[in-house]
Design a protein around this ligand. Structure first.
Ligand code: C6P
Length: 405
């Protein structure tokens, strides 16, 4: 049994008040709060182990290097990658996807095709469009239906001999839809096509095993799984990472540099130019340890309960419109009430101490598909409770009255 009160004690920010009201934090899909353990790991890192890594013979540098590489091992174990060579530290999901678009993009030729879905976050759309400035590649899109469920059968006609990659979000940050990535990967692999999975919204919420999925690449952000900001991970199968050219040039990613020619370092360092965030990596590992101690399956079950409760309670409003109504839904509810603009509803909730996200959630094509400007999104984390959902529902009720809806 999960002891939420004990968990909440680990997150000092949850005891803060906003406009004199207890904070109800429902913006976890944007970023999660950090437990004491993670914050203390950062402080301890700067106080006790701060030295540049992989460079010094001195004690501190070696300690910091060891902690950073140990963190890489823990990330490897968390997603069940075969080797820590397959774990590239990045600044976040966005940088991880840009890395693939840039380096994998180098392997593409004019006329090649990349398939994404209609529910991608901008960070899995724009990097491919930037690549289109360099290469005449075609971006194709798997559409979703009125419930926000991918029309995966369309993949059969979208895939052609020119398809070189499928880049697909595991969970939509705007709809909550969990996509059948395993099925997509099977279909893609049957045609010899690799798949990049955007795991930003899946990794924090349920078990993701890259070998079980057989994903070729997977990206995620530390800050969405109770870890630090500015830190993320690109998983890539070693065979692919070996084939790809480096992303950025600089220190650490090299083997030998002359003015005529440079040879590159081995994996994973080939993709990690410059001084990495060696404090952030250890804080990420601490966050993963925190999640493991509770159990990712326990977290998943708790959040599923919260989502089901939120949908049930919010359904009492006759003029609610849920954006995304899928059975396979992860940790969030996206909705509109009557004609109240999401920004207005979000502002009323804010004054009541409730933090939700409003707007397009960096997924404008999703909003376009529904013909709306944005939604109000309540997204849940391990520390949220049904009582907080009751506060949200009461807040919506109040906004409804204010706006005479
Ligand atoms: N979504 C949200 O409020 P970064 O910013 O690099 O950590 O993550 C980008 C990203 C990529 N893919 C998905 C599915 C995401 O949800 C996000 C981040 C946040 O929904 C901030 S826009």
């Amino acid at each position: 049994m999960i002891d939420i009160n004990k968990i909440r004690e680990d997150f000092p920010i949850l005891s803060e008040t906003v406009y004199g009201k207890p904070l109800v934090y429902f913006d976890n899909a944007a970023t999660t709060q950090k437990p004491r353990q993670v914050v203390e790991k950062i402080v301890e890192g700067y106080y006790k182990r701060n030295a540049n890594i992989h460079r010094g013979v001195h004690f501190l540098s070696q300690e910091a290097t060891e902690a950073h590489e140990q963190a890489r091992q823990e990330v490897r174990a968390f997603i069940n990658a075969k080797s820590s060579n397959e774990i590239i530290f990045t600044r976040g999901t966005t940088e991880a996807i840009n890395l693939v678009a840039s380096s994998f993009g180098e392997l593409l030729s004019d006329g090649d095709e990349v398939i994404v879905t209609q529910m991608e976050h901008h960070s899995n759309i724009v990097p491919w469009q930037l690549l289109q400035r360099r290469k005449d590649i075609k971006l194709k899109v798997i559409p979703f239906d009125e419930n926000g469920v991918l029309k995966i059968q369309e993949l059969d006609t979208l895939i052609t001999p020119k398809t070189k990659l499928i880049a697909c979000t595991h969970v939509s940050n705007a709809l909550g839809t969990i996509n059948p990535v395993k099925e997509i990967i099977e279909k893609a692999h049957a045609q010899g096509i690799p798949v990049l999975v955007d795991g930003a919204q899946s990794i924090p919420h349920f078990k993701v095993d890259v070998q079980e999925l057989d994903a070729d690449f997977l990206a995620f952000s530390a800050h969405k799984i109770y870890g630090p900001t500015g830190m993320g991970v690109l998983y890539g199968k070693e065979a692919w990472l070996d084939k790809l050219p480096p992303y950025q040039g600089g220190g650490e990613m090299i083997d030998k540099v002359t003015f005529e020619k440079t040879t590159f370092n081995v994996l994973p360092f080939k993709f990690e130019a410059g001084t990495p965030d060696f404090i952030g990596s250890t804080a990420l590992a601490e966050a993963l340890r925190y999640v493991n101690a509770i159990g990712i399956d326990t977290i998943a079950a708790h959040e599923q309960e919260l989502v089901a409760y939120a949908v049930q309670q919010l359904s009492r409003f006759d003029n609610i419109r849920f954006i995304g109504q899928t059975k396979e839904r992860s940790g969030l509810v996206s909705f509109l009430i009557g004609t109240i603009h999401p920004y207005d509803l979000g502002s009323v909730l804010d004054k009541l101490g409730i933090a939700v996200r409003t707007g397009h959630h960096c997924a404008q094509p999703v909003m376009d598909a529904f013909g709306i400007d944005g939604t109000v999104r309540a997204s849940f984390g391990i520390y949220n409770t049904k009582e907080e959902i009751d506060i949200l529902v009461a807040g919506v009720e109040r906004a409804k009255k204010m706006f005479k809806q």
